[in-house]
Design a protein around this ligand. Sequence first.
Ligand code: SF4
Length: 362
Amino acid sequence: MEAINKPTNEFAEIEEVTDNRAFVREHLYSGSQLRQRSQQASNPTAQRALAEKVKHLLVRENAVLIAHYYTDPLIQALAEETGGCVADSLEMARFGAQHSAEKLLVAGVRFMGETAKILTPHKTVIMPRLEATCSLDEGCPPDEFAAFCDQHPDRTVVVYANTSAAVKARADWVVTSSIALKLVEHLMDQGEAILWAPDKHLGHYVQYKTGADMLMWDGACIVHEEFKAKGLQELKRVYPDAAVLVHPESPMPVIELADVVGSTSQLIHAAKTLPHKQCIVATDQGIFYKMQQAAADKELIIAPTGGHGATCRSCANCPWMAMNELDSMVTALETGGNEISLDPELAEKAMLPLRRMLNFKL
Ligand code: SF4
């Protein structure tokens, strides 16, 4: 009888995969489930009424809605419907600068509103909630960052877009994740050593890919930092044919499991163009709205965050992005409150590295 038994360790492996499949399916939300969950969360009639009000106020105020990929799908849909845009932070800034509207309603986090104001100082920039910030921005206080730069005057200062205007004002370059690799390669060609802030994970990824001399600030995104390599390995065993798409704000062990590493726009493009029928996605769940539009025939699965002890394995939802709600958009438009205002001298200093980024040719 022993001859027909499979080896014990193989049995164990099969049981483990079966357990994982049940466990993973029970604890994960797919892209379409996440969208439904978002739309069911609030009273749909009330949501529709608020959306109509926002539409009316956008026209009355000669304003345009610019939303980030991580905002609620309802807000992204409203931006599309009203001639605004849904994009990553770089494209949001470009769109606002080029649009004819007098007022920009920026649905995202504070540094995005500040960037819009720096690039278009003559326009009024308002946000649903000024308290909507970012752990990368919060973790890089301007005074401490200036002291760090002062200790390393020989290094070229490159900061991620997810920083305050004051931190940008201290930088030589601003980058987004979509151009980080190319820009660092360019600086390496010029023989420059780099001081990088604030995201250490993105910095380590860029350093790993380019071999550049980079001194890192110790910052991280609280959303991407939660993706777990072990959970992702388990999920890959359940969906062995799926492509793994990872944002580079994730830790290196997660990045190492990726088929594609890229910015939000690059991940959407990958979901659309890769031949795989399933994609496991490690970034904020808000991206599923545009990703599913771009790749309607694909099954999108969110990468796991918590460990086995967690009650939910796929939160992946930025708490600050979630502060963008329709009722606060109505209030901001009605009252003109929540306006971004910056010291003109500071804004002018921050404009220089931002302009360098916008003029940088890939
Ligand atoms: S997802 Fe992360 S990087 Fe993006 S705004 Fe939220 S905390 Fe910042």
